[in-house]
Ligand binder design. Structure first.
Ligand code: PMT
Length: 316
């Protein structure tokens, strides 16, 4: 694969050099290495996937009070993680703090307040109406964590997300074709560079706010060419105008040389997606005659299948 241009290279280096350092890097790196060791080299020779989920924030102040957010509930990432664990993958779930978690999709928004009740002062119990959902959430999550096939790493800002994605990608380099990136997170396209950001809360007394946002360098090309060139890579394209969706996804496929782009429209994203790849476009829908079916059941089946073919072809 061709390496990306020097200009992009410089933009990416200067993004990382000017980013505030990742606070808990010393904790993350050994956790990540242990997880990869256990799942790939150790026990099982499992495939490992990094699922990104939720939206990144762009702080407007260094001691952040205000920020710009990117829309994503985290549902796609959480549901895909569950299906990938079921398919035998070890999953690194890189998620935005506070967004939807694997195995928790059927819990109410405020599980602690809505699921539990106190029959008397010394006891707490799950309300009968939520007991099945709580039991499944606890059991499934405990099994995934106990078997060592789910590692959850949270982020909030664009700085944290991209630094963590780079750490994960470089740590997965030796896993080669058996590694996958499933990039469902909604990543900020614009940001305020840390070095030009005001330290303290912006004062409203000074009149209308006039800020200039720089473009976040696209990391996909770099992930493909440098960080993890042998990994199977799936990116996403979200649009609100269905007329431009497939064209934009096709352009992204060609530009970033990913293996497939999952195209989705905001309003219909839970009903159908289109998997755009060099072998053609495939519409994937949830089974409308089964109320429990979700689009990720069929999407992950297709992606796992494509990944298997990719691994086979990489060995020949
Ligand atoms: O979470 P849900 O509510 O369930 O919704 C799921 C979803 C709609 C958020 C998800 O299916 C989805 O489409 N996620 C990607 C949305 C997006 O922000 O697309 P984009 O066009 O900005 O980015 C396209 C790709 O480029 C993404 O895979 C992203 O990881 C990558 N990117 C983006 C910006 C950037 N600076 N660098 C990147 O590498």
């Amino acid at each position: 694969m061709n390496s990306i241009s020097g200009l992009e290279d410089d933009e990416i280096s200067s993004f990382f050099e000017s980013s505030p350092p990742l606070k808990n890097k010393e904790e993350i790196v050994p956790k990540l290495n242990r997880f990869i060791e256990l799942n790939f080299s150790g026990q099982g020779g499992k495939r490992i996937v990094c699922v990104t989920s939720g939206g990144t924030t762009v702080p407007l102040e260094q001691r952040c009070v205000r920020y710009i957010d990117n829309f994503s509930s985290g549902n796609r990432g959480a549901a895909s993680t569950e299906n990938l664990v079921k398919a035998g993958y070890a999953v690194i779930f890189l998620y935005r703090r506070g967004t939807c978690q694997p195995y928790c999709r059927f819990l109410p928004d405020d599980p602690f307040l809505e699921c539990f009740e106190f029959p008397d002062a010394n006891n707490i119990r799950v309300h009968a109406s939520h007991s099945e959902a709580v039991k499944m959430a606890v059991l499934d999550q405990q099994v995934a964590v106990a078997e060592g096939c789910l590692l959850k790493l949270p982020f909030s800002t664009i700085y944290e997300y991209l630094q963590m994605l780079r750490l994960i990608a470089t740590a997965l380099k030796d896993v080669g074709p058996c590694s996958m990136f499933f990039l469902a997170a909604a990543v900020s396209d614009f940001y305020v560079p840390w070095t030009s950001m005001t330290e303290h809360k912006i004062q409203s007394g000074s009149g209308p706010l006039d800020i200039s946002l720089a473009q976040v360098p696209k990391m996909l090309s770099f992930l493909r060419s440098n960080w993890a060139p042998k990994a199977f890579c799936i990116s996403f394209k979200l649009e609100t105008d269905s007329k431009i969706l497939i064209e934009k996804a096709t352009k992204a496929l060609q530009k970033y040389k990913v293996h497939a782009v999952v195209a989705n429209e905001l309003l219909t994203r839970k009903e159908e997606v289109v998997v755009v790849s060099s072998s053609g476009n495939v519409v994937v829908r949830r089974d409308s005659d089964n109320p429990k079916s979700i689009v990720e059941d069929n999407l992950i089946r297709l992606i796992v299948d494509r990944h298997s073919t990719y691994i086979k072809e990489s060995h020949t």
